[in-house]
Design a protein around this ligand. Sequence first.
Ligand code: BGC
Length: 247
Amino acid sequence: MTQVLGIDIGGTGIKGAPVDVAKGVLTAERVKLATPHPATPDAVSGVVSELVKGLGWTGAIGVTFPGVVAAGEIRTAANLDHDWIGVNAQELFARTTGQPVTVINDADAAGIAEIRFGAGVGHRGTVLMLTLGTGIGSALFIDGTLVPNTEFGHIEIRGKDAEKRASELVREEHDLSWGKWAGRVDEYLLHMEALLSPDLIIIGGGISKKSGKFLPLLTGLRAPVVPAATLNDAGIVGAAMAAQAHA
Ligand code: BGC
């Protein structure tokens, strides 16, 4: 069995677990440490290496990051400290953990897991995965191949970044009713559908656990909208899958 440690860096928690990459399942209970604030490169890499050491892990590690990641380098960090921009996170984490590390955008990681093991299994054509959490992340697949770093959470709706209107965090912070928030999600999804004509839309992120509360309230979309099947572990599993080449 090939195992890789997957780590998912989010706005509130840094979660990790070893993953059986052939099956897409966690092989041990996941560990969650709080995301430090401010979430600077030094502080976050400190928590990541604490997590790795705590698990006694040696070997390949995949890490997600909530921003654009190109060849390990962070290009944007909308919801983490801006000091990350220009930092090669892959090199930083490899140095602090002493292990080979692969870094990938968080939504891309979740999408990879969903396409291979979750709600995207067997779906060809254009599949759009959106994660609704602290921000809105996106992963676009054409016949199973990822188009990385799509950043559709920053599409402008009513003069604002879509994630500032329709993320899970916004729902909580503004105490929006499910109906009101679902209306915003609906408007956003209709916009994305007009741009991309996806064959399937998968909703992931923290909110996927509560999909029963808002998916039935969506109207007028042609594409089926389904919750992620791997729920909150998709980031961990996808990060491990991305790092598989080094295992
Ligand atoms: C970032 C994306 C990320 C998403 C979800 C957005 O603000 O720009 O890169 O995937 O949040 O964390």
